[in-house]
Ligand binder design. Structure first.
Ligand SMILES: O=C(O)[C@H](O)[C@@H](O)[C@H](O)[C@H](O)CO
Ligand SMILES: [Zn+2]
Length: 299
């Protein structure tokens, strides 16, 4: 057994740190602060952070094949050019829902960018229910809605054979699976894979590892859990020093390290004094399993 080491590597504090993605082209970790309205890049070799301030909340960021990134901000899918920090809108969703915003997103194995929406939080994990949907931005910038009636659209990833998409609507407290047609990008047959126990908190972001197991960030649960989606069971729990764990992704050399984001939004003074690293980003090493490289948006 390897020994697990947990280190707070990014000591800036973010209101809602989210959507970590390893950018191997630059050797940086890219991530967002959702309500802080920022996209940031942390370089582990220089320990420098660069950030781009946006005009609206940014739920997620992903790599773009032609360079730079795609972002899901407000209710718009946009391209982010890191050279001049310009943002170019590509497509809009939920135009009938002015109180909605994008949340978590990820690129599928064919280069389509998936991201879901939710109504703006009244308090952490408190929203007007059923307002969200899951969308895909195709390479030609057309958009497809997969389903609606979502509370807080959150983590997603694909099985190693690309036949299954895993998905989290946080307030269902479940990790779901859907049949996935990687040729068309269509989803069907949604079902539960795992329901979180009370002490595990609320399921938030998620990523798959090189063995096909799922890692789920547990918001208010202070941990990431590893789930065997075939058995529907938790097979490992890694506790972190802060409660509001939001998302996880593998990165670093050969994707051997796990990066975990957190939030401080909604914590009172006493809670923040007890967990002063809330809103920081953690690196976990020694897990003994690797991740897989993130996909890049094809459009
Ligand atoms: O990061 C997100 O996905 C949401 O925007 C957050 O506000 C919380 O994590 C969520 O409320 C817990 O499910
Ligand atoms: Zn999230």
């Amino acid at each position: 057994m390897s020994s697990i080491k947990i280190e707070c590597v990014v000591t800036e504090r973010y209101r809602i740190g989210e959507s970590p993605v390893w950018d191997d082209r630059e050797g940086v970790l890219v991530y967002v602060d959702i309500t802080g309205q920022k996209v940031c890049r942390w370089n582990p070799s220089t320990n420098k952070i660069q950030s781009a301030s946006l005009d609206e909340p940014v739920g997620s960021v992903a790599l773009r094949k032609s360079g730079g990134y795609v972002v899901a901000t407000g209710t718009t899918f946009s391209a982010l050019n890191w050279k001049d920090l310009s943002v170019t809108p590509l497509a809009r969703v939920d135009e009938d829902k002015p109180n909605n915003r994008f949340n978590d997103g990820k690129v599928d194995p064919e280069g389509r960018f998936f991201a879901g929406t939710m109504s703006q939080e009244i308090r952490p994990a408190v929203v007007e229910r059923n307002q969200g949907s899951l969308f895909t931005l195709y390479a030609d910038h057309s958009v497809v809605k997969h389903f609606d009636m979502v509370d807080i659209s959150n983590g997603l990833d694909w099985s190693l054979d690309h036949k299954t998409m895993y998905y989290i609507d946080s307030l269902s407290y479940t990790v779901d699976a859907l049949d996935y047609d990687v040729k068309t990008g269509k989803t069907s047959n949604r079902r539960h894979v795992y329901k979180l126990q009370q002490d595990e908190g609320i399921p938030d972001g998620m990523c798959i590892d090189a063995e096909g197991k799922l890692w789920v960030a547990c918001y208010n649960g202070g941990r990431v859990i590893r789930i065997d989606p075939q058995a529907g069971k938790v097979i490992q729990t890694v506790k972190l020093p802060v409660d509001k764990i939001t998302c996880c992704a593998f990165g670093g050399k050969d994707y051997c390290e796990m990066y975990v984001t957190s939030a401080y939004y909604g914590m009172d003074e006493e809670w923040r004094a007890r967990q002063p690293q809330s809103g920081g980003i953690y690196k976990i090493t020694g897990l003994g399993v690797k991740g897989i490289p993130p996909n890049a948006f094809a459009g």
